[in-house]
Ligand binder design. Structure first.
Ligand code: ATP
Ligand code: MG
Ligand code: MG
Length: 549
């Protein structure tokens, strides 16, 4: 992994420690809303929050921001916990905004008592209109003058369920003329009869995000509340609420730029649509930019952490190329994945001068540069498979692989020569008749140079497998810029090869284990569809960067 680089947040935290601003403490939190699976953008926030804490002997909490019960679920919470753990992080405490519903309610009463909140009967639409625009000030609601006693009474009755959904809201009384529209008396509670996955039907009023978030941070003693840039102009509200309530702890909100990744969409609403409309097989489809999708594709936790460190943390929006993410996993797997031979599009080869029924076993190194990774047995026999495109009837210029009358080396084995090809009735090449040179095992042939080396498997000793080749899910670098993001879907993002032949040593490969298939890419055993004796492999990434094409 790359050396840790400083960033403006690391600098702020270091300065705060030096000045003892938060009594020498560093406490962060990762606050997902459980309305979908986590994606690579969340990984940026997770890595930032957890490493800032780790580097400073601090703590990082996991907090579910569960104030929108209609879109949230326990399934999503479990997926989020699994993904944070898998990335290699352990939270100090696990909390839910809903744990604080009673405290949030009491704080709201405190705001009413100090004259800083009022119950408004305006409709949501009216409130939106009255809040005005950047160029025109807002209009005060007639209910703004309601007495404290009446507000207390109505708010209590809102909680007690006396009013229909939407009949009243509680608003902070700030400044309807503020140049910052967030400060024009934002709604902080609304009536909504929805069953909550944790608090059941205890509540029919739910607090709004901006009000909930700052108080939740304060309750947990968070020192640095890291969030994305779109919350920059919510910060005055964050500070206003905590100042009014005089909370014992006042966290500092710091904003950073969201991760934007080319050829991907990151909004959970859109990811959800891809799943619901079955454009992908699920949240964990290997083409999804979710942590679960990346895991199933074969990404390692280390490669994702490395990516998050490489892209850095700034206040400036920028687009990251998919190639950056891919090069992180490519480097990891190049180091660590054992090599194997797998023939994705098999062409049968018969070695005519090799004895019927004979076999020989080779020990082939698992990694060319790492002898400590050991070796595995690979068997040779009279009938082999090679890749269809490693043979050419009419070879293009500089073709170094097999042609009629030409020679090629089989990786770890002999040099073979193609004597003739056999075609079916429609002219497809279905078999090659070859000879081998017994004198070429582990040494160069006499008097001639054989340049090409190809991979192969023995027909008798290999096993069948399914291999899934994934390509980019979208064909436009910014799908969100299209009229509709679904217009940018790549119709050829998945190619399923069902007749592959793989080395015997791969037959019982563990789900989720990763390999380099010589010359074709990095692959991972599919964790859902793979069965013993019927393995399924997902291509994690090609051997070289293909995004530039
Ligand atoms: P969405 O709009 O997709 O629902 P969100 O920001 O509402 O995303 P949350 O579950 O609220 O999703 O996010 C949890 C945390 O992760 C927040 O602090 C949020 O700022 C951060 N986060 C979300 N998306 C990104 C991203 N693309 N890059 C960096 N951080 C992100
Ligand atoms: Mg959201
Ligand atoms: Mg959110």
């Amino acid at each position: 992994e790359n050396p840790v680089q400083s960033n403006f947040i690391r600098q702020i935290v270091a300065a705060d420690l030096a000045s003892n601003k938060h009594n020498g403490k560093v406490a962060t939190r990762f606050p997902p809303e459980p309305n979908g699976f986590l994606h690579i953008g969340h990984a940026k926030s997770i890595c930032l929050n957890f490493t800032i804490a780790e580097e400073n002997n601090g703590t990082c909490n996991l907090r579910f921001d569960d104030t929108n019960p209609e879109k949230e679920s326990v399934e999503f919470m479990e997926a989020i916990e699994r993904d944070v753990h898998w990335l290699g992080f352990q939270w100090a405490g696990k909390y839910h905004a809903s744990d604080y519903f009673e405290q949030l309610y009491q704080y709201a009463i405190q705001l009413i008592k100090s004259g800083d909140a009022y119950v408004d009967s305006s409709s949501a639409e009216q409130i939106r209109l009255d809040r005005g625009t950047l160029t025109e000030p807002g209009r005060e609601s007639p209910d703004r003058k309601r007495s404290i006693e009446e507000n207390l009474d109505l708010f209590q009755r809102m909680r007690d369920g006396e009013f229909a959904d939407g009949h009243y809201v509680l608003r902070a009384k700030i400044d309807m003329a503020s140049p910052n529209i967030n400060m024009r008396d934002p709604t902080i509670y609304r009536i909504r009869r929805v069953h909550h996955q944790r608090t059941g039907d205890d509540w029919c009023i739910y607090p709004m995000y901006d009000y909930t978030h700052c108080i939740s941070d304060a309750i947990e003693g968070i020192t640095h509340s890291l969030c994305t840039l779109e919350f920059e102009d919510h910060r005055p509200l964050y500070d206003w609420v905590l100042d009014k309530l005089q909370t014992p702890c006042h966290p500092q909100q710091i904003e950073f730029a969201r991760l934007q990744l080319e050829y991907a969409v990151m909004s959970k609403r859109k990811l959800n649509q891809l799943v619901i409309e079955k454009h992908v097989s699920g949240w964990d489809d290997p083409r999804m930019p979710t942590i679960a999708g990346l895991r199933r594709a074969g990404y390692t936790p280390a490669s994702i952490r490395d990516f998050c460190e490489r892209i850095g943390v700034t206040k400036k929006d920028s687009w990251i190329k998919m190639g950056v993410l891919e090069s992180c996993i490519r480097e990891d797997l190049n180091e660590n994945a054992p090599r194997r031979m797998a023939v994705l599009n098999p062409l049968r080869v018969v070695i005519e001068n090799y004895a019927d029924g004979a076999t020989e076993d080779y020990q082939i190194a698992n990694h060319p540069q790492k002898p400590e990774m050991g070796a595995r047995k690979v068997s040779f026999g009279k009938v082999l498979y090679i890749e269809q495109d490693d043979f050419a009837e009419v070879p293009p210029k500089k073709f170094k692989r097999l042609v009629e009358g030409g020679e090629v080396r089989l990786r770890g084995s002999y040099v073979i020569k193609c004597e003739r090809m056999i075609k079916d009735e429609s002219g497809n090449i279905i078999e090659l008749r070859c000879s081998y040179d017994p004198d070429t095992l582990g040494k160069n042939p006499e008097g001639r140079k054989v340049k090409g080396v190809i991979h192969w498997v023995s027909a008798e000793h290999s096993v069948p497998a399914e291999v899934r080749l994934y390509d980019r899910l979208f064909k436009a670098p910014n799908p969100d810029a299209e009229a509709h993001f679904l217009d940018a879907l790549n119709p050829d993002s998945l190619e399923v090869l069902t007749d592959c032949r793989i080395e015997a040593s791969l037959a019982d490969a563990e789900p989720q284990s990763r390999f380099q298939f010589e010359r074709t890419g990095y692959f991972c055993v599919d964790s859902i569809d793979s069965k013993p004796g019927k393995p399924v492999f997902n291509r994690t990434v090609t051997l070289r960067d293909t995004w530039a094409r």
